[in-house]
Ligand binder design. Structure first.
Ligand code: SDX
Length: 430
């Protein structure tokens, strides 16, 4: 019988043991749930640098090796051999589908791509220049006002139908946000197209002529969705889990995830990165921005660089760079100045001592803006596409949390540094 690994802590002369648990791969965890009861002290870990919030079997990242696994499969292999809906099934069920299961799932998703006609009216309440993420936070949250028939989160079938509705409707909602912003009519989904071709149709078709999706560009976008599908307990996934831990409905939880993803330190980095490249403009100015990124007194950070977990290349950045090349080649844009600038910036940064010492590498957001820009996707919509892709990861993680018998409402504690107890002075006697 293997002996239980343990960690020992001594505090105020008292020594306490805590069990240590090992996962299938990756770092062990010290189970400190009894710490406060045994010592009267809390742990303190702002930003959760050393804190595991849950057990999960969905995604694993080895930050030192630059490895990303979805249910054990390397992201490189999934990006090459699978399409986004197959990866959705993998993340949701734990296994890749066979041909019959793949067809069945695609059919289910296809039957849920339309949104309620009354939901369409929500868009007209926004200004035409509203940021698409503001529209998505509102519209996705509002879905909970339309689907009362399946919001018992203790019912697996209800959770499944909500998952299908969200995965199916996100492309429609994102495309509608785009069309509304440019003043073009909404395009209804088409059941003769696959998931990503249908999204391209809803984005770029008009009622005036038949739209024929370019298979190379569609495959590139499908790969981009795969690369963004899930990523362990990142900020937006943790937001979805925390919202879900209170029993909130799935639509409200996903809306909370979209809100968190919007931040430039997280999913908003792809939009910020493209704007940064456009601001740098020319390779001759790269040195000036690298200098600013290193300057402690300058809040500027090199967008698309650095990561809490990856201390090596983000494998998604390499795949995104390849996808970028494929798309620019297909479009005859091999001399795209932004791509050439990004390649030069990457090279210069990776040879700089500051970036080497702090282990700052390009992340998923560094090239994704360039390839989406080349696909004709407006900069403000980049994070909306990220949210579209991450919806399946958020749902898989939300499902895993609800099915976890150890699940409790998330309620962190604090180190209080405010005023000690004091009395209100009666009026006029302060
Ligand atoms: C995503 O978590 C996920 O998995 C997220 C994600 C996902 O798929 O869900 O991978 C998606 O959000 C990718 C990250 C996109 N964000 C950006 O590209 C924005 C730029 N990057 C930084 O803001 C930063 O690198 C973070 C937010 C990504 C990570 O921040 P951490 O882990 O809190 O690290 P840190 O800010 O403490 O940085 C460590 C040091 C600091 O210097 P010191 O205080 O130690 O002297 O590195 C420096 C930072 O100043 N640093 C950078 C930098 N990133 C970190 N300096 C210049 N430029 C940068 N980009």
């Amino acid at each position: 019988m293997a002996t239980q690994k343990k960690a020992t802590l001594t505090l105020d002369g008292k020594t306490v043991d805590f069990p240590v648990e090992s996962g299938s791969i990756g770092p062990d965890v010290v189970d400190i749930r009894s710490l406060y009861g045994k010592t009267g002290a809390f742990t303190f870990d702002p930003g959760f640098l050393s804190t595991g919030s849950c057990k999960s079997a969905i995604t694993y990242i080895d930050g030192d090796k630059g490895e990303l696994l979805y249910r054990g499969y390397p992201i490189e292999q999934l990006a090459e051999h699978c399409d986004f809906l197959e990866v959705c099934q993998l993340l949701l069920t734990g296994e890749l589908p066979n041909e019959e299961e793949r067809k069945q799932f695609a059919g289910i998703i296809q039957n849920h791509t339309m949104v309620h006609e009354q939901l369409i009216r929500f868009y007209s309440g926004f200004r035409r220049d509203a940021h698409p993420m503001a529209v998505m936070v509102g519209v996705v949250g509002a879905l909970s006002a339309f689907y009362h028939d399946a919001m018992d989160i203790s019912d697996q079938q209800h959770r499944d139908i909500s998952a299908y509705r969200l995965i199916a409707k996100m492309p429609t909602i994102v495309a509608m946000a785009y069309k509304y912003g440019i003043g073009q009519p909404f395009m209804y989904p088409r059941n003769d197209l696959d998931y990503t071709s249908n999204f391209m149709h809803m984005m770029f078709a008009t009622p005036c002529e038949t739209y024929k999706p370019n298979p190379v560009l569609t495959r590139a976008l499908d790969r981009i969705l795969i690369l963004h599908a899930d990523h362990e307990q990142n900020a937006s996934t943790s937001t979805v889990r925390l919202a879900g831990s209170s029993g909130a409905n799935p639509f409200a939880c996903i809306s909370a995830g979209i809100a968190c993803l919007w931040g430039p330190a997280h999913g908003g980095a792809n939009e910020a990165c493209l704007k940064m490249l456009q601001e740098i403009g020319d390779v001759s100015r790269v040195g000036e921005y690298i200098k600013r990124a290193k300057d402690k007194n300058d809040t500027f950070k090199l967008m698309g660089f650095g990561h809490r977990v990856y201390k090596n290349f983000d494998p998604r950045a390499k795949l995104m760079r390849e996808t970028c090349r494929d798309v620019l080649n297909e479009l005859g844009l091999n001399d795209d100045p932004l791509f050439k600038l990004a390649l030069a910036l990457e090279k210069i940064a990776l040879e700089d001592d500051y970036f080497i010492e702090k282990k700052l590498y390009p992340n998923v957001d560094f090239y994704s803006g360039i390839v989406q820009h080349a696909l004709g996707i407006p900069t403000q919509l980049f994070t909306g596409i990220f949210a579209l892709a991450r919806t399946v990861g958020w749902i898989a993680q939300w499902n895993e949390m609800i099915s976890d018998p150890e699940q409790k409402i998330g309620r962190p504690r604090q180190l209080y540094v405010g005023a000690p107890r004091r009395d209100v002075a009666p009026k006029g006697k302060a």
